[in-house]
Design a protein around this ligand. Sequence first.
Ligand code: SAM
Length: 343
Amino acid sequence: MNSFLLFRAEDLWGQSCVSRILDTSVVPFSRTDLLNSPESETVFDSKLQILKFDPRCVSANASTLRLLEIWADDGAECGQVSSVGSIGEARNLLSQHEEPAQIWRAIPRGRIRRGALLEEQLRRKKWKLPLGWASAANLQIKQSWQKYACGGFIWLDSDQLLWATRFREIAPEGQWCFIEDRKNPPSRAYLKLWEWSWRSAFQPLAGERVLDLGASPGGWTWVLLEAGCRVVTLDRSSLDELDPRVRSRIESAHQGDAFDLTSWPIGPWDWVTCDVIASPQRSLQLIEALRQRDQRFVITVKFKGVPETEDLRLLSRQLDDRRVTARRLWHNKHEITVWMDRP
Ligand SMILES: C[S@@+](CC[C@H](N)C(=O)[O-])C[C@H]1O[C@@H](n2cnc3c(N)ncnc32)[C@H](O)[C@@H]1O
């Protein structure tokens, strides 16, 4: 039995980050051909962007794996590679291993057309993604998903099927494609917070008080307001940069430096959100400060190039705190989202 992670295909930045993590990891992973590898080895197939590993091999290297999981779009813990001669044979194999309330998705890698044909034969339920913020009503949808086993498969070759009954992400390959609201949000950054609200266990709720750092022009603020939160904004730029449509709805707006905690407006805060453009070092230091204060937060960490080894080390230490999660969301380009949702 293997575990595997899927990384974004044709994505130079993501690939460089994964290479940096693999190269700088304490216990190096070997990179050989996925199909020819012995079961016990950890291998990275750069064409399909799949890392396959035996969980027993990486237990000593859990921190490397946690870092890789940030950049992985999807993955599964118990995967198998099976030799199957035809689509009918594959259908029979997967049907035999179904969990209750099974949904099968063809992951669009490898032999994509063959995958679509197999999915067609296995389909029982049409999979629909949500439209926006995980509101109270949508939270019920989120909870109801938990009863489904979201399996998936990839034809690595015409007779080699990689499959698992449970994948990490409900959206295939972590591709959270929402129907966009092109009228109301002041910026498209709102999509990041929408996606986070579906992928995190918790989220800001109506009535909670939130400090939104680097808020202008107000995409995140708009999402928080729509969720019924009481929002205070802080941005280095002039207050005029904040869209008047959100300005009129917030508690107060402040001009200042997000990284100078002594200059923040008076709390307490149920959540601190931060989408400031800054060096990764500064954002990671802010994460450290908030973590030590048991302050719930959602912060994007933006990178100019490949993360420095020192940044990866700090991030890895922060992830040792089980309250902290980091993911490169589908709507994150050269950045990752880090959050702590339990005080
Ligand atoms: C990517 S934009 C934020 C977009 C916003 N979250 C939205 O949803 O519309 C980054 C913001 O960070 C602000 N900023 C940059 N450095 C800052 C600092 N040190 N303190 C506070 N704000 C800062 C910029 O003025 C800019 O408004």
